[in-house]
Design a protein around this ligand. Structure first.
Ligand code: NDP
Length: 434
């Protein structure tokens, strides 16, 4: 603990994985040799840098940039970049740690990394966003590359920011190296279905998990937190499976629409206008209503999809959801449920899908984007989505079968942690002590 003092989110993520490993180490003691566990918890490299930029008032602003290159046993480091004022090294480390096992679970040749900045994009003009992204890349470019480290989007980073960063990378290197970033626009090497992939993947995972229990999504009430990239496309796929989305949120509050959330309107507000979710009620009217602050988990539902940020669903929220009859919870976001919340779900027999499995569709499709870039190809939406669907089914089955193998049927947390760990550990052991 003392070497990572103050990094509470990293401790939380590492403890969760380590708790699952006793069963695998009991059967395969070689996983505890050669300081493998200590090495797997230590990032290969951490980069922290200054990001100076000039705002619209001609004032110099300084932010801090991060890139944690966690583990490259299975391939180049791969993971998103987050722009949010809460970003610090502990948050980027927990995300990079999670990413390592998530990427392993996809079965694709990608290692784990994560990056970001404490820059707050809210209220910034397009020009300010561009200048910030350019300054961020002026430092980051020397640490990344198609075969080194391949960043993507995350909170506060979408196609616009990736475009500005790619432009600066290309200029600095005088190379059109499409595979250096994923989440690119379609006109310069992006992949169809990447934008949709994380949310769709979460919905595919929920469907598999529910089918395994002999039930389904059709006609179910569903509540989603957030209204960003992951939330929007999770809602879209759940709706296409016949689920009814009753509520979603942003960091200021949540909306409830018993008629079913109008997703076109949410997309217009959040994707085109970059506005607040409260605006939904002003436009839609009817029975829809907005609750400022509060917890979206107070809204009764069968399926809960936390798709906003870490530790957004606590023990009391879990108790409320259980009291209201929730049957399945899947983490679209990274570590949105606290350990206490997960404990309550497990104790109550609620189906629970951890983020490193349920939201792996985004990075899997990023790997498909790299594949298209490497072969100078561009696949159809249908082909890309069908590969995503196959990959999510594979992740689901790997988690499910691993949990059974280790004596904990239905425990997707244990299954995901062990299945991801074994792949990374085998790669590391094969390469010796490095
Ligand atoms: P976006 O920036 O598109 O959306 C984030 C959403 O969550 C917004 O509605 C935002 O509200 C809300 N939110 C963010 N921070 C907070 C906070 N501190 N408290 C309450 N609400 C908050 O991000 P993404 O949809 O891309 O990412 C969401 C989650 O999914 C993250 O945990 C991310 O790591 C994870 N993820 C994303 C992947 C991707 O492909 N994009 C892949 C795998 C995981 P507001 O606008 O008010 O800030």
């Amino acid at each position: 603990l003392h070497r990572n003092a103050g990094e509470s989110e990293f401790h939380q993520a590492a403890c969760e994985v380590l708790e699952s490993l006793s069963r695998v180490i009991a059967v395969n003691p070689h996983y505890s040799e050669e300081a493998l566990i200590e090495r797997i918890c230590e990032p290969e490299r951490q980069i922290i840098f200054r990001v100076p930029w000039i705002d619209d008032n001609n004032q110099v602003q300084i932010n801090r940039g991060f890139r944690v290159q966690f583990n490259s046993a299975l391939g180049p480091y791969k993971g998103g970049i987050r722009f949010h004022p809460s970003v610090n090294v502990g948050i980027i480390k927990f995300l990079g740690f999670e990413q390592t096992f998530k990427n392993a679970l996809t079965g694709m040749p990608i290692g784990g990394g994560k990056g970001g900045s404490d820059f707050d994009p809210k209220g910034r003009s397009d020009r300010e966003i561009m200048r910030f992204c350019q300054s961020f890349m002026i430092e980051l470019h020397r640490h990344i590359g198609e075969y080194v480290d391949v960043p993507a989007g995350d909170i506060g980073v979408g196609a616009r920011e990736i475009g500005y960063m790619f432009g600066m990378y290309k200029r600095l290197n005088n190379r059109f190296e499409a595979g250096v970033l994923t989440g690119k626009g379609m006109s310069y090497g992006g992949s169809r279905a990447r934008k949709e992939a994380t949310g769709y993947g979460t919905a595919f995972f929920v469907r598999s998990m529910m089918e395994r229990q002999g039930t389904g999504i059709d006609g179910r009430r569903c509540v989603v937190s957030g209204s960003g990239n992951v939330a929007i496309y999770a809602m879209e796929k759940i709706q296409s499976f016949g689920g009814k989305i009753i509520a979603c949120s942003d960091s200021a509050g949540y909306i409830v629409d018993e008629a079913g959330i109008d997703l076109d309107l949410v997309k217009r507000i959040k994707e085109a206008e970059r506005g607040r979710i409260s605006h939904y009620v002003e436009v839609k009217g009817g029975d829809s209503h907005y609750v400022a602050g509060g917890s979206v988990w107070d809204v009764p539902c069968d399926i809960a999809l936390p798709c906003a940020t870490q530790n957004e669903l606590g023990g009391d929220d879990a108790k409320t959801l259980i009291k209201n009859g929730v049957v399945a919870v899947a983490e679209g976001a990274n570590m949105p449920c606290t350990p206490e919340a997960i404990h309550h779900f497990r104790a109550a027999g609620v189906m629970f899908a951890p983020g490193k499995a349920a939201n792996a569709g985004g990075v899997a499709t990023s790997a498909l984007e790299m594949q298209q870039n490497a072969s100078r190809d561009s696949w159809t939406f249908a082909k890309t989505e069908s590969r995503l669907e196959e990959i999510m089914a594979g992740i689901h089955d790997a988690c499910h079968e691993t949990a059974e193998e280790y004596g904990a049927p239905g425990d997707y947390v244990l299954g995901a942690n062990i299945a991801g760990f074994v792949r990374v550990a085998d790669g590391m052991l094969a390469m010796g002590v490095i």
